[in-house]
Write a protein that binds this ligand. Structure first.
Ligand SMILES: Cc1cc2nc3c(=O)[nH]c(=O)nc-3n(C[C@H](O)[C@H](O)[C@H](O)COP(=O)(O)OP(=O)(O)OC[C@H]3O[C@@H](n4cnc5c(N)ncnc54)[C@H](O)[C@@H]3O)c2cc1C
Length: 372
């Protein structure tokens, strides 16, 4: 049976960043197990300039990702809290420059670097089962080409994203504040040149988002609560189109374009975090440890920062460092909730309607614990 210092479950940005951090800064052998074959379209592309600090920490430079991976963003146009558009240029805001990330190139470059530096990646892993025996993690899985596989490691990392089941299996509590989902499509326009700009518009049942990904491709997403999505049938293309057509900031911009996929995608986009102590020799990172409403644009930056911090805490010889890491996650989540509440409270036109009522004053303090 093959033994590694660390097994990482999940090959998104946080899993890849964990692997790179462990190899570069701690000289650990790493096995990364991924459920998919890496061909799925990745969602989430808006990042702040702090991404370059993490890229540097992992021993990479922006040039390693090619010329078009980080495209400077012009800023955003929003209809939020008012019928009048407001425009924020990235250069003139306190947050500084933001970037549109080419997710396929970004994720692939991180993963290729893991392999180049001696890490092992196995895609298409199914039915991953983990158990801790003494100080050793036993990991079993089923692989379509290689059959049943068994591995051992000293440490285990959960980087399997927002829908991670691993924490629940290990008895870790998860606290959730809402049931936000994103219903979206990638939109192609053969003649149009989409600007590197975000368009955001609130509405009675949530908010719409559009971002140009490349000259001809944009992503359009409707964010609402899962019960409202079902009630309004917003996951049906014709109904989604009808509501999109009513937007002021987005619809006029999409005339003549078409969806690149046969079906809309639906992604969980709610806020949640692991809120009870981890088992020994284990950490969770990225969306698995805490995930955020995309209105905050925090996901990928946090995925990278928590990966670097979590990996360091995990193998630190010092007592209590993993608990400090978890305390830090709790602090980040609390601060994020205050920011999120302030953003939602700027919209007062529909305070009596369910989506906005649920986001009224101090709404994020109402948290429910699951996985117990
Ligand atoms: C609609 C939407 C829009 C977003 N927009 C933005 C944005 O503009 N900016 C931003 O910063 N963030 C955004 N985000 C958030 C961002 O996508 C995530 O924060 C980021 O992808 C988290 O990275 P991760 O590696 O932790 O998780 P993921 O990217 O989810 O990666 C997890 C990986 O684990 C794999 N996996 C899952 N289960 C298993 C298993 N059992 N075994 C093995 N592998 C498994 C998955 O296949 C996946 O490859 C958005 C999210 C949504 C839903």
């Amino acid at each position: 049976m093959d033994k590694y210092d660390v097994i990482v479950i999940g090959g998104g940005p946080s899993g890849a960043a964990c692997a790179l951090s462990l190899m570069r800064h701690h000289n650990k052998s790493v096995l990364l197990l991924e459920r998919s074959d890496f061909t799925q379209q990745r969602i989430g592309e808006q990042v702040s300039h702090s991404i370059f600090d993490f890229v540097d920490y992992l021993g990479l430079s922006p040039e390693d990702f090619g010329a078009d991976c980080f495209v400077p963003n012009y800023g955003k146009i929003s209809y939020w809290g008012s019928d009048i558009a407001s425009s924020h240029h990235s250069l003139f805001t306190a947050q500084g420059q933001t970037y549109q990330l080419d997710r396929a190139v970004f994720d692939e470059t991180l993963l290729m670097t893991v392999v180049e530096r001696g890490g092992t990646i196995i895609p298409r892993c199914k039915q991953i089962k983990v158990a801790q025996q003494g100080s050793v993690w036993q990991v079993q899985l089923s692989h379509p080409a290689q059959g049943d596989l068994d591995f051992q490691s000293d440490y285990l990392i959960d980087a399997s994203g927002r829908q991670s089941k691993l924490g629940g299996e290990l008895g870790i509590e998860r606290t959730v504040t809402d049931q936000l989902v994103g219903v979206g499509a990638f939109i192609h326009h053969p003649q149009r040149v989409f600007e590197q700009q975000q368009r955001i518009e609130s509405c009675e049942y949530g908010w719409w988002y559009m971002a140009g990904l490349s000259k001809e491709l944009a992503v359009v997403t409707c964010f609402t609560d899962v019960d409202l999505m079902k009630e309004m049938k917003l996951n049906r293309q014709a109904i989604w189109n009808t509501h999109l057509a009513k937007t002021k900031a987005i619809a006029p911009y999409l005339q003549g374009s078409h969806s690149t996929q046969a079906r809309l995608w639906v992604k969980q986009a709610n806020s949640q975090y692991y809120s009870s102590a981890f088992p020994e020799r284990f950490v969770a990172v990225g969306d698995a440890v805490a995930s955020f409403d995309p209105v905050s644009s925090m996901g990928i930056g946090f995925a990278m920062s928590s990966a670097c911090h979590g990996a360091h805490a995990l193998i630190s010889a010092e007592e209590g460092v993993v608990q400090y890491y978890q305390n830090d996650i709790q602090r980040i989540f609390d601060e994020y909730c205050e920011i999120k509440d302030r953003i939602y409270q700027k919209e007062q036109r529909w305070v009596g309607l369910p989506f906005w009522q649920r986001r009224a004053l101090f709404a994020s303090l109402e948290r429910s614990v699951v996985n117990v």
